[in-house]
Ligand binder design. Structure first.
Ligand code: HEC
Length: 212
C-alpha cells in the first residue's frame, strides 16, 4: 500500500471515530436508546411502589394503595403530634404536651444527640457559643444561655413543640430525632440549665473547638 493511500485510510478512520464520539454525546432527550431485555426494567410481577405507567387507577402508578388518611404505622403512635404549627399550638404545648413518665437522660442518649445536633448553635454547655452563633451573632436568641431563667422555667412541652416544628431561626429537628429522643434531649437541656450560671467564657475550657 502506498504512503498516500495509508494516510487517506487514517483520515477516514479518524473521521468515523470522531463522528461516532460526537453522535454518542448528542442528547436524545429521554430516549435512552435500545433496551436489552425490557422485562428487566418493566417487571411482569406486581411491584408495590412502581408499575411503570401501567397502573392507571392507583396514585403515582403504584400497585399498592396509599394508607388511608390519618393511619398510624404500627408501633409509631408517639409520632402523632396533635398541635398545629402556630402560635396557639405553641402556647397549648406548655400544658398539653408532657414527657413520658419516668423518662430521664440516665443512659446519656440525650447528651449524645445534643452534642450532634445542638452544639453547633447552642454550644456544648448551652451558653449559645457554638460555631454558628459565633460566626453569625444575629442568629442568637434573646436569652443568653440555658442557665437563664427563661430556659429554667420554660415548660418541657414548649421545647418539644420547638424541636418538632422549629422556631424562628431554629429549624425543626423532627426528621433527626424520634419522639423519645426529643424528650431525652430535653431532659439533658434541663440538666444543663440547672447547672450554676455560666458565662460563655466560663464554658470555654470545655469547648473542644478551643483546645487547638
Ligand atoms: C441553627 C442553630 C440552632 C440549632 C442547630 C439548634 N437551635 Fe435551639 N434555638 C436556636 C435559635 C435561634 C433559638 C431562638 C428561637 C426564637 O425564640 O426565636 C433557639 C431556641 C431554642 C430553645 C428555646 C425554645 C423556646 O421554646 O423558646 C431551646 C430549648 C433550644 N433552642 C434547644 C435546642 C436543642 C435541644 C437543639 C438540638 C436538638 C437545638 N436547639 C438546635 C438555634 C438553634
Amino acid at each position: 500500500m502506498s504512503k498516500r493511500m495509508s494516510k487517506k485510510i487514517q483520515i477516514i478512520i479518524g473521521t468515523i471515530a470522531a463522528a461516532t464520539l460526537v453522535t454518542s454525546c448528542v442528547s436524545r432527550g429521554n430516549n435512552t436508546g435500545w433496551e436489552y431485555a425490557p422485562d428487566m426494567y418493566y417487571s411482569k410481577g406486581y411491584e408495590p411502589y412502581n408499575q411503570g405507567d401501567s397502573n392507571v387507577i392507583n396514585p403515582h402508578g403504584m400497585s399498592m394503595r396509599e394508607p388511608v388518611a390519618g393511619s398510624i404505622a404500627y408501633g409509631k403512635a408517639d409520632f402523632q403530634y396533635p398541635l398545629p404549627n402556630s402560635g396557639e399550638g405553641y402556647e397549648a404545648s406548655a400544658t398539653q404536651i408532657v414527657a413520658p413518665a419516668d423518662l430521664t437522660d440516665a443512659d446519656g442518649r440525650g447528651k449524645y444527640h445534643y452534642n450532634i445536633y445542638c452544639t453547633p448553635c447552642h454550644g456544648a454547655n448551652g451558653a449559645n457559643d457554638g460555631e454558628i452563633f459565633k460566626k453569625v451573632a444575629t442568629l442568637k436568641p434573646a436569652w443568653k444561655a440555658y442557665t437563664d431563667e427563661y430556659i429554667k422555667t420554660l415548660p418541657e412541652g414548649k421545647i418539644y413543640h420547638t424541636l418538632t416544628y422549629g422556631k424562628n431561626n431554629m429549624g425543626s429537628h423532627a426528621s433527626v430525632l424520634k419522639p423519645v429522643d426529643r424528650w431525652r434531649v430535653i431532659k439533658y437541656v434541663k440538666q444543663l440549665s440547672a447547672a450554676a450560671p455560666a458565662t460563655a467564657d466560663a464554658a470555654a475550657p470545655q469547648d473542644s473547638t478551643k483546645k487547638k
